[in-house]
Design a protein around this ligand. Sequence first.
Ligand code: NI
Length: 390
Amino acid sequence: MADFLPESQALLPRLIGWRRDLHRHPELGFQEVRTSGIVARALHELGLEVISGVGRTGVVGILEGSRPGPTVMLRFDMDALPITEANQTNYASEVPGVMHACGHDGHTAIGLGVATLLVQRRQELAGRVKFVFQPAEEGLGGALAMIHDGVLESPKPDIAFGLHLWNTLPIGRAIVQPGTLMAASDKFLLRIRGRGGHGALPHETVDAVVIGAQLVNALQTIVSRNVDPTQTAVLTVGRFQAGQAYNVIAEEAELVGGFRSFHPAVRQTIIERVEALTKGLAAAFGATGEVEWFPIAPAVVNDAEAAAHIEAVARDILGAENVSGTAPIMVSEDMAEFLNRVPGCFFFIGSMNEERGLKHPHHNPRFDFDENALALGVAILCEATARLLR
Ligand code: NI
């Protein structure tokens, strides 16, 4: 039944070629000019209808089957991270301070591979495939930018699939989870405005550092005291900036942090508590508190039927024993924006190879993965799409 596996394995040298070229030339979110140019050219050469500039640097390719039918959307992200690569491979990043440390170079290569193989089966496809190459996944809102530019309209996808190479999962395995898979992520900026003054005359000031310190502690009570203990969330203050001199009481403090959650009600509770604590604590000390919100991504929630479809395909290709579910994980992904609007499934494909030292985590300067995962990703997505459009 694993139709596409021999073909995708035969394609592996090209998949690796694409991936290593992209790896050498990584581009940050919304700056994927070279990358999207390569993608657009490749899709055009395959005979797809290509739309560039969707969500700034995103690219959409449409493969029309030979008969009418549903629209399957396949999403691949393209952006790199602001990290200096520590690997010494001959395909290491040539751009100082920028690196494909999450595997999005691999996702883009998989997308081109899927398009290459499905074009050859055009006659068998009833419906169409919408290839969505997304910019700026790393917290910059690339999915929303594409949605605002109409990527989910004409044609409107009936189902959406996406994958992520997963470096804590051994090569040859996959994780497919119906329901909630990944957390919602929100960033906040809190500003305390007091009254600065001489360090020796505190009674004439309102010390923003003291209030900020209380606030950091108070924020830690939200998860422990306000969130239902059977639910999960995490809140972190990652940056606290205030003051300039040892003998000057700071007028302002700025706290930047974020939280992750799964359930919309939990998320709402945390937002309300952050607001109340910031404003209330500041007011109690005679200062003012302001909150600015930056929603990063909603939770990734997979449709049960779509997940069952991917699971069946993955079991056929990888063997049933190599496909499993997972408890929800705290990392976020803006594939969630698409899955909030179109039923679908986002899944993980193992890319770790301990013997070869390919085991460093995502976003690490030594991140690298087993490229055999590229062929497996192509086979699963091709098979999942072809089965739906048969
Ligand atoms: Ni990623």
